[in-house]
Design a protein around this ligand. Structure first.
Ligand SMILES: NC(=O)c1ccc[n+]([C@@H]2O[C@H](COP(=O)([O-])OP(=O)(O)OC[C@H]3O[C@@H](n4cnc5c(N)ncnc54)[C@H](OP(=O)(O)O)[C@@H]3O)[C@@H](O)[C@H]2O)c1
Length: 254
């Protein structure tokens, strides 16, 4: 509702991406169910179309059924394109064969590389955007988190992210120090370097860092102005490859 209110007067100048979740649903009328979710989202967002509509997680519904429904919604002009989140390459391929995908939103950052093996190459080969979530590892790669950092609210997910345990913050310090070194060299911030790294690495990557703070939103947006040369990128990548990664983000429930 708040987003709808904020975007109402500038709707034509923004791209809206949102998601649905199919809770415990498997073989009913998938199109009708997805359409109902979409209509409710459009009401809240005060818009008559959504530019990019994702399924948040695969549940019991066959991906082919979801792809078929999304294809109908595209044909009806209700969505511009569609995507999947936190899926493997087999699911992507099955979906792609029914209705070509617009974007895949999976976890990806300097400390979460799994998507590099098959998913990002598949997306590149099929002209699919890759949208990394948690691209600065829940703030870890900003260098502003120390083992002493207390996360404010009881509902801040960072209280449960394994990567942000005291031991893992300490273990990942060499990666943060590496980012600080490049930040100094490029007159940027560590968070910007971590985003510039993935922007340099792949042409189809569009990271979505999250922040509730205006200054950090602007800082993260400006990462697109931090251009690494090929030499800088290769040296950074080589040093990164020598670092061990401690912990992971954990995906249970969020
Ligand atoms: N598809 C999925 O399953 C999935 C799962 C999780 C998240 N997401 C989406 O992915 C996006 C971001 O993911 P995320 O929030 O988990 O991780 P993230 O962007 O890696 O990190 C966000 C955290 O880091 C802090 N932060 C952001 N920029 C910073 C900076 N420049 N310096 C210092 N701290 C900074 C933020 O705190 P402040 O707010 O205090 O700045 C926030 O707590 C969100 O849009 C979210 O909706 C998707």
């Amino acid at each position: 509702m708040i987003v709808g209110k904020a975007l109402k007067d500038v709707r034509e100048n923004v791209v809206i991406a949102t998601k649905l979740m199919l809770h415990g649903f498997s073989f009913g009328n998938v199109y009708q169910t997805i359409r109902k979710h979409l209509e409710a989202s459009m009401r809240r967002l005060q818009t008559d179309h959504v530019d990019l509509y994702y399924l948040h997680r695969m549940g019991g519904t066959p991906v082919e059924k979801v792809a078929e429904a999304m294809g109908r919604l595209i044909d009806e002009g209700l969505i511009g394109g569609w995507g999947l989140s936190q899926v493997d390459v087999d699911v992507i391929d099955r979906a792609q064969k029914v209705t070509p995908l617009t974007a895949i939103q999976n976890i990806y950052s300097m400390v979460e590389w799994d998507s590099e093996a098959a998913i990002i190459p598949y997306c590149m080969a099929h002209d699919i955007g890759f949208v990394p979530f948690s691209p600065i590892a829940s703030g870890l790669l900003s260098g502003r988190i120390t083992p002493q950092t207390q996360f404010e609210n009881y509902d801040d997910v960072r209280n449960w992210v394994p990567q942000l345990s005291r031991a893992n913050i300490k273990g990942n310090r060499p990666i943060v120090e590496l980012l600080k070194k490049y930040a100094k060299m490029k007159q940027a911030t560590p968070a910007q370097i971590s985003l510039a790294w993935m922007l340099h690495k792949y042409p189809n990557v569009v990271p979505i860092p999250g922040s509730k703070n205006r200054e950090r939103i602007v800082e993260n947006l400006n990462a697109s102005n931090v251009a690494l040369t090929d030499e800088e990128f290769s040296a950074l990548e080589a040093s990164l490859n020598q670092c061990r990664v401690f912990g992971h983000r954990g995906l249970g429930g969020f």
